[in-house]
Design a protein around this ligand. Structure first.
Ligand SMILES: Cc1cc2nc3c(=O)[nH]c(=O)nc-3n(C[C@H](O)[C@H](O)[C@H](O)COP(=O)(O)O)c2cc1C
Length: 263
């Protein structure tokens, strides 16, 4: 799928064909996309994921996970869950990973990068100073880079023709059920499956106006939105008709009937 189309076609899918498994290769492609995303200090072992496939998981584990996801119906329907997790122990590989970037010519000596610079400057900046016990910056950065990975994973799922969406869950319960160590915290749970609703899910969901979000030169002064660009993005499928489609309420009634849920 063309990139702009994938961006514009993503929706949080909340109804899944529970009877249709997801090919393992597609799950792998989602994970591969996440692995390639940017990382603040290149400490590579911070963002991890546990994939749970309903048809391969013990029933008690699956039921426990659905419960930990607040019993949201989509959690029970989607045949694959990806538990995106922040592992703070990954920070210990920071220095080695930075040295690797110097070795491969990504960080260059012409910009001052050397082992000594890593030791004397980088490892002593507050952002990286995980060993000091002050984890605030490191936790923030870890959440950002895990979010980047998840963003790519969502788009990769759309590109594979899957339905996808994020759920929030009870982190302690999930950690215990999946046998995660203390230094690992489940961040967000990605559902994967084939959508039972139209993948359009009734249209693009409400967003604030572009001008309210983006400024140019100074806070509060809107970045000008060029109608010609809007037209180009519309043609490319990035901007699609806003929700709700006229048929959405009828679709929700039909889905409620299919899954035995209230309308
Ligand atoms: C961090 C995060 C957590 C979310 N948790 C839930 C959730 O627990 N249940 C749910 O139905 N949707 C959840 N969502 C999906 C949002 O509600 C959804 O993205 C938003 O309504 C916009 O709709 P769209 O994704 O279809 O554009 C979550 C999204 C994010 C980014």
């Amino acid at each position: 799928m063309e990139f702009k189309k994938a961006v514009g076609s993503r929706r949080s899918i909340r109804y899944y064909q529970s009877w249709r498994p997801v090919e393992q290769g597609k799950v792998q492609k989602v994970l591969e996309a996440a692995r390639l995303q940017s990382q603040h200090g290149n400490a590579q072992l911070i963002r991890k994921a546990v994939v749970v496939v309903r048809d391969e998981a013990p029933k008690e584990l699956w039921d426990g996970l659905v419960d930990a996801l607040y019993n949201q119906p989509a959690a029970a329907q989607a045949p694959v869950h990806v538990y995106w997790t922040i592992d703070m122990s990954g920070w210990t590989s920071l220095k080695g990973e930075l040295l690797k970037l110097i070795d491969v010519g990504a960080l260059t000596s012409s910009y001052g990068w050397s082992e000594q610079f890593v030791d004397d400057v980088v490892m002593k900046t507050p952002d990286f100073n995980v060993m000091s016990g002050d984890l605030r910056f490191a936790e923030w950065l870890s959440a950002i880079e895990t979010g980047l990975a998840i963003g790519a994973a969502l788009l990769a799922a759309v590109d594979e023709g899957l339905g996808t969406g994020l759920l929030t869950g009870k982190r302690e319960q999930i950690r215990e059920l999946l046998g995660m160590p203390e230094h690992a915290t489940p961040a967000q749970i990605q559902l994967l499956g084939y959508p039972a609703e139209n993948p359009n899910a009734g249209g693009q969901r409400p967003r604030p106006d572009f001008e309210q979000l983006y400024f140019k030169g100074k806070w509060g002064e809107s970045f000008p939105r060029d109608p010609a660009v809007v037209e180009e993005l519309t043609e490319a499928g990035a901007l699609q008709p806003a929700a709700p489609a006229v048929w959405r309420k009828a679709e929700i009634r039909a889905l409620a009937g299919l899954f035995g849920l209230p309308e």
